[in-house]
Design a protein around this ligand. Structure first.
Ligand SMILES: [Fe+2]
Length: 343
């Protein structure tokens, strides 16, 4: 039987590169490691050619500097081989567009910022094929997330509440609001296909977060079964109570032996209306990064560990996706009871 999987993906990758505004004559590097999906390398390579671009497929050795298993965690520590190889870095800096097909990406590796500063745009791709296709972005997604970014920039306080008992107050001053829209079209832009979300990097938040049954813990890719209560003081988790998942989180923070493990990182809300909350249950953990959960429309996504705005480097990165929350910005809801307020 012929293997047609890359050909089956070619139109989706071509559409994605068009959204990244890839122009004829631009230079594309498809970055892979030995464990990357070969069909994605082939599809990205073919899509770059279809757009009339120059393309190089570069495979570098696997191996992560992070102490945790590289199983599409979202921690984004990069590959040791690239972090230690200026020739590899120079190749990426010389590209107009990098299609990053590595297992973890480089989002929390400082070298990525260096590469982006040269004007290279980077699109990171690692979810399963039908997750990519179902959540293929559209051009209008960017305008919508930018509205949310503007709203956060002009506001002082974000408040998150839920019927389960969450009541968190977040100070927005200096929180550097950002977005993901699923395509990287501006010079120096990194993005992740698929994703549609608004986020910020606050320093100070106070109150209580209650994870309800069915909320999703990433990178474990597990649903909460017993509610978990976390008390947050000054942007740090002071104590955790609840059932099995509370014990699990507490043990994770302890085992990380990381000064920032219990500190809050980015937070925001998802706008990806095509996302499926049950994708986390339907795929093997190695097949999925979990962007359906992270970018789910109307979720509240918060995280722990690395905080580039405050210069905190950490490998202990959790993303936690919650449903049913109300998120308000200076008193105006952007999400009510887990439903996006129509902008
Ligand atoms: Fe994250």
């Amino acid at each position: 039987m012929f293997d047609l999987s890359s050909v089956d993906l070619l139109d989706a990758f071509t559409r994605e590169l068009q959204l990244c505004k890839l122009k004829p004559g631009e230079h594309v590097v498809v970055l892979a490691e030995p464990a990357s999906r070969g069909d994605y390398v082939a599809a990205a390579f073919g899509a770059a050619k279809a757009c009339g671009a120059h393309v190089i497929a570069a495979t570098v050795p696997g191996g992560s500097p992070a102490p945790m298993p590289s199983t599409h965690t979202g921690a984004g520590p990069g590959l040791t081989s690239v972090l230690n190889d200026t020739a590899a870095q120079d190749l990426l800096k010389s590209a107009d567009l990098v299609v990053d097909l590595t297992q973890e990406g480089f989002i929390h590796a400082p070298v990525q910022q260096e590469i982006l500063r040269t004007g290279t745009r980077i699109i990171f791709v690692c979810d399963a094929p039908d997750v990519l296709i179902r959540n293929l972005p559209s051009e209008g997604d960017k305008a919508e997330v930018l509205k949310g970014v503007e709203r956060l920039k002009q506001a002082r306080v974000m408040r998150v509440t839920s019927a389960a008992g969450t009541d968190l107050t977040v100070q927005l001053a200096g929180s550097k609001p950002e977005f993901q829209c699923g395509f990287a079209d501006d010079p120096g832009r990194w993005d992740h296909w698929p994703s549609t979300m608004v986020l910020c990097w606050p320093e100070v938040s106070e109150g209580t977060i209650v994870l309800d049954e069915g909320d999703i813990l990433l990178p474990f890719k597990e649903y909460v079964r017993d509610p978990v209560t976390l008390h947050v003081v000054g942007g740090h988790i002071k104590d955790i109570t609840g059932g099995a998942e509370a014990r699990m989180l507490d043990t994770f923070f302890h085992d990380a032996r990381d000064p920032w493990a219990r500190s809050l990182s980015h937070m925001g809300w998802g706008l990806m209306r095509s996302a499926d909350w049950f994708a986390t249950a339907m795929y093997g953990k190695g097949d999925l990064m979990g962007m359906d959960a992270r970018a789910f429309a109307g979720n509240f996504l918060w995280s722990t560990g690395p905080h580039p705005v405050l210069g905190r480097e950490s490998y202990a990165h959790l993303d936690i996706a919650m449903r049913g929350c109300t998120v308000s910005v200076d008193g105006t809801d952007v999400v009510t009871g887990g439903e996006l307020v129509d902008s």
